[in-house]
Design a protein around this ligand. Sequence first.
Ligand code: FES
Ligand SMILES: [Fe+2]
Length: 478
Amino acid sequence: MLSPQDNQLVTNTDRGTPMGELFRRFWLPVALSEEGAGSDCTPVRVQVLGEKLIAFRDSEGRVGLFDAFCPHRGAPLFFGRNEESGLRCVYHGWKFDVTGACVDLPSAAEGDTFKDKIKAKAYPCVEVAGMVFAYMGPADRQPPFPEFEWAALPAGHTHVSKFRLECNYLQAMEGDYDPSHASFLHSTLQDVRIPNPLDSQWGNRNRLTPLEKPVDPSEPFPFAVGNRRFTSEVQAQSAALEDTPAAVLSIGVRDLGEGRKVAAAGAAWMMPIYCTAGISGRDTYSSNMRIPIDNESLMFYRLRWKYAPIPQRDIDEHRNGEYFYPAMIPGTWTTRDNVHNDYNVDRVAQRNFSYTGIKTFPLQDIAMMENQWGPIADRRQEHLTSMDYMIIKVRRRLLAAAKAMAKGIEPEAPWHPEEYRWHREIVMLENATDEEATAAARAKSGEQRTKPTAQRAAAATTAELAPKPATESAAVAG
Ligand code: FES
Ligand SMILES: [Fe+2]
């Protein structure tokens, strides 16, 4: 539960608000590279953090991101002529390069000198892994780009798409680190997890509460709950959380019986919107980014990446399979099954196969997220439980950072780019102690990589590198 004041504080990312200013201290995804494909492309309308913007690629292939309105008299730059290394407003012909500098002002005799006083509001951009990221804060506080592992990978190792949600960023993001929902929302009646088409061993390796385990005879709802119930025994194996300057680490271990342990570790959340949960193909990792369009809608950038090239089979599945990425209405960023058609919920499937009747992972989540008492959840009405521990933790982090911002205290996280090298790992070990299992998961998920560069170099010379886990890893459903 949050007070109305705190709920407003944490959900409002408009310019000039504490959370809005906090967001504007980070690099944030604002478009897919493909939206402005080719030099001198058609300008693209973009809205981020409530700001109406225009993105374009100039003759040299550089990306520009401007306020959508011309600094002369506010005409829409969407209609601009994109040519000859810049965008020219078609109202009176003023022209701007990607930095926003006015390079030509032909509509007045004093234009040659007056243009030097004019600047379009422009944000610096970088292109990484098929996305355009922008920094929308004060120039003197521009941080380095976060050292995401996927940012350094060659093309073919990443796959990204995006879709629009009709709700505030926070309730959507909170679904990523909600440890008690997957067993219900993402399950089938035959199993606690929907089979993964890209990982045939998924069930055997990752099912944490296997169906083969007999349902407790005292379970009053053996069909609808079965092995899904979070007993105190299950809950005792919940992940522990650790704060770092930029992230919340989640580290847990479970006993699978017969000497087997499964340990999971990683930064479940990194400031302010970077999450690492999500179902993927084998040895494929996730980065989920939900960036406010405004306070009641967001764009969800859903990235999957591998150290090796992503097989074409996986790409085809992502594009067409509707399992990892929902089908879209052509020419839009709106999912075909959406809030306006109740996600085409199939009640026959719900009775006989699927827990929800909604196809599939992302849509099941979205159907819950888009209307939690409306597009901005009224958190006064919540009744959180102990299994909402991660949600409570991240809210505290965001609120503390926003309240600090309101007092003029700048966030530390943007200046820890190395912390963004965490990803989420699960390892399975045989005959290991809990400590050995969690140490293996921590090591693989980024413990060494996320130290500042000097410490990494020192550790490398003393061979303090990750121990090898017994089996391969996989990302988890989320
Ligand atoms: S409004 Fe754009 S040049 Fe006049
Ligand atoms: Fe989920």
